[in-house]
Design a protein around this ligand. Structure first.
Ligand code: ZN
Length: 679
């Protein structure tokens, strides 16, 4: 699982500036955090502090792993929609080599569209899943297309006419593949989703295909379907096209493996064994090897350098089986890890004292390892939009038998905080001075702590009753799992135990978190939704579910209050203790739903509280938010690692910080692109 930022703009260090000045941004001397802005997106840089203090072997390991991290970008483009690669390549050719139209007003709309495609790794919004609406015309497209030398276009799709036809259809026909992932009740989620994990296969066929594979008696099932596309052969028989060397996506996987092999030469023996297992999985595509790799990986808690570099998260598949390719290369932040070590050392205490039914508690919490890391390179589904925390592996039985590794990515959070300084957000949406003060003082700690608790305890806690597989909740599984982890964090962030452990200096940390969480869940996260749309994304559904459920449940005692002042709506928490009680009650219920696989109850919760948007409130929030001029989403450009050579040998690696989003994207497309346009 990955955790994304609750609100892009929350930060401990938000300064009291009421007017927003987009040009002026507080920053550390010599380092500008923001490198680009377009549409609803802001592009930031992150720093890699302490890289210089790594040993040469660890630097080399980061360096080679980072190269592997860049090789899977095309895979994600193709996974998101099978036309993404031809679209990206065509637009890039026009952008770089088209000669007519640059002076036109429509050029800006064209450039913005391409920047959005890069950001989303495709033509659908990375968060809302909606296809982008172009702000340039088909006539402008033709003009630019026809002025681009033909040999600049991809030659592996068809004639230039065929290419132009399909690219224009994808861009300009709003009814063609409108949603990347459709989770609408009652519709065939596969036939109506643009994602490329299934082709020509109905939801029912796919569900039957994988139901038949699963053996109910198997206590350690592989992650069926994780690394393949499900389609049909000439005879109409269902077949999996496996992502492996010699299979689908082979050219990119070969490169990933090449760099992994280089990396393994600089790894310690424990790491090397795991990397070799991962390579072996890429060669065979055998999901048992994937499990073996994950077991080795999760047990390595001592190595300084760590990585994710595989098919990992299943959010992009409506059925939650098939994993997008992602990578995050990182190393431990020793200083900040002290906090998470204390938490994980006490994991059993948290499990024993949690408010859930004892039947669903883990008698023995295994190997909850938690650390704070510094991201060194982001790739695939972690780039440019980046999680702030990760908890892996995802297989329930590996988590049960071997535990999981949970990380909080502090240099990413820091970059968000720095870039958000003085944007006026809190002043606009948080009514009470006391709440704003608490958030300014403790918001950053509260955010990081919430992530620690969510990742290293929340996802790892609880158990399924015998006979429950973990996939019963289907499309409601992801939001409910996130709700479970969030509720665990929310419940415990206010526990006196945290003060006893010396992690939390004041009760105000929890109050800051509660006020922020409820405000976000009920109101401010709506800034990420287009007018007329409902909430689709799993983390957002989860936050809305929790906040709305607590609001309704707490109405008789006025626990949470909606206050309207000067025509503006605010959400105020009146009773923090009672709110904690509500979190406990909901956690108990969500855990019951997960542990027993109660699809009906899970569906009812999500549909009632997590999906429907109040249009009037939505419009108000959007108007107030847009007056601040803040982009609701952020992403990152990567640093560049340069080897320092002496007598033909690498003697050091130096970090350089990129300052151009466009240049980095063009560089990745030019130099790190391996897949054909049709896969
Ligand atoms: Zn999570």
């Amino acid at each position: 699982m990955k955790i994304t930022l609750p609100t892009v703009i929350m930060s401990a260090a938000i300064l009291s500036i009421t007017a927003c000045n987009r040009a002026q941004e507080p920053q550390e001397p010599g380092f500008s955090w923001t490198v680009d802005r377009f549409d609803d997106i802001k592009i930031l840089r992150y720093q890699v502090p302490e890289f210089d203090s790594l040993s040469l072997d660890d630097k080399m390991l980061v360096y080679y792993l980072s190269r592997a991290a860049l090789c899977g970008r095309d895979i994600l483009f193709d996974q998101n929609c099978r036309y993404n690669l031809p679209v990206r390549r065509t637009l890039e050719a026009m952008y770089e080599h088209g000669t007519t139209g640059r002076a036109s007003e429509e050029w800006a709309g064209f450039e913005k569209y391409l920047k959005k495609v890069w950001f989303a790794n495709g033509v659908h919004h990375h968060y809302s899943n909606d296809k982008f609406s172009p702000e340039f015309s088909p006539e402008f497209f033709d003009l630019l297309f026809n002025s681009t030398p033909q040999d600049r276009f991809p030659d592996d799709y068809g004639t230039p006419e065929e290419l132009a036809y399909i690219v224009k259809k994808v861009i300009f026909d709003p009814d063609f593949m409108p949603l990347r992932v459709n989770q609408q009740e009652g519709e065939d989620m596969l036939l109506t989703s643009a994602m490329n994990y299934y082709e020509g296969v109905t939801q029912q066929e796919a569900e039957q295909f994988y139901d038949r594979m699963a053996d109910p008696a198997d206590n350690t099932p592989v992650s069926y379907g994780l690394n393949s596309k499900l389609t049909k052969d000439q005879d109409g028989k269902l077949v999996e096209r496996v992502w492996k060397i010699g299979g689908m996506y082979s050219p990119a996987i070969e490169k990933i493996v090449y760099w992994l092999e280089k990396a393994s030469e600089h790894a310690n023996p424990v790491q090397r064994a795991a990397i070799e297992k991962l390579i072996s999985f890429y060669i065979t595509g055998d999901l048992e090897e994937f499990d073996q790799f994950n077991i080795m990986w999760v047990q390595d808690t001592l190595s300084m350098v760590d990585y994710v570099c595989c098919f990992t998260e299943v959010y992009g598949d409506p059925l939650g089986l098939k994993a997008s390719w992602e990578s995050m290369i990182n190393f431990r932040n020793n200083e900040a890890t002290r906090r998470t070590e204390i938490i994980s050392r006490n994991a059993q205490w948290f499990e024993d004292n949690s408010p859930i039914d004892p039947r669903f508690k883990k008698p023995e919490v295994k190997g909850v390892s938690a650390k704070v890391i510094t991201a060194a390179m982001l790739g695939g589904d972690c780039y440019p939009a980046t999680p702030i925390g990760v908890n892996l592996p995802n297989a329930d039985w590996i988590r049960r038998d071997y535990g999981s590794k949970s990380v909080t990515i502090q240099n990413i959070t820091d970059a968000y905080d720095q870039a958000a300084k003085g944007n006026g957000f809190l002043e606009e949406f948080m009514l009470r001075e006391e709440d704003r003060e608490r958030i300014e003082k403790y918001g950053s700690l509260a955010d990081n702590l919430h992530t620690d608790l969510h990742e290293c305890l929340g996802h790892g806690s609880g158990q399924l009753v015998p006979g429950v597989k973990g996939d019963e909740l289907k499309n409601y599984g992801s939001p409910l799992e996130e709700a479970r982890a969030d509720l665990f964090a929310l419940y415990y962030i206010a526990d006196p135990k945290l003060m006893e452990l010396g992690i939390v200096p004041s009760e105000d940390v929890a109050k800051a978190e509660y006020a922020r969480y409820i405000m976000n869940g009920m109101m401010t996260q709506l800034t990420r939704i287009q007018p007329g749309k409902n909430v689709e994304q799993a983390h957002m559904r989860n936050r809305k579910l929790i906040a709305e459920w607590c609001y309704e449940r707490g109405l008789p005692e006025n626990v949470i209050e909606k206050v309207v002042r000067d025509g503006k709506t605010y959400v105020v928490v009146n009773d923090f203790d009672k709110l904690r009680g509500l979190f406990a009650e909901l956690l108990r219920e969500v855990q019951r739903i997960k542990s027993t696989g109660d699809y009906q109850a899970g569906r009812a919760l999500v549909e009632k509280y997590g999906v429907q948007v109040d249009p009037a409130l939505h419009a108000e929030v959007l108007a107030r938010y847009s007056a601040l001029g803040i982009e609701p989403y952020s992403g990152f450009v990567n640093p560049v690692y340069n080897p320092v050579m002496e007598n033909g040998k690498i003697v050091d690696i130096q970090v350089e910080y990129t300052d151009s989003y466009v240049e980095q994207m063009l560089d990745y497309s030019r130099n790190w692109s391996y897949l054909p346009s049709k896969n």
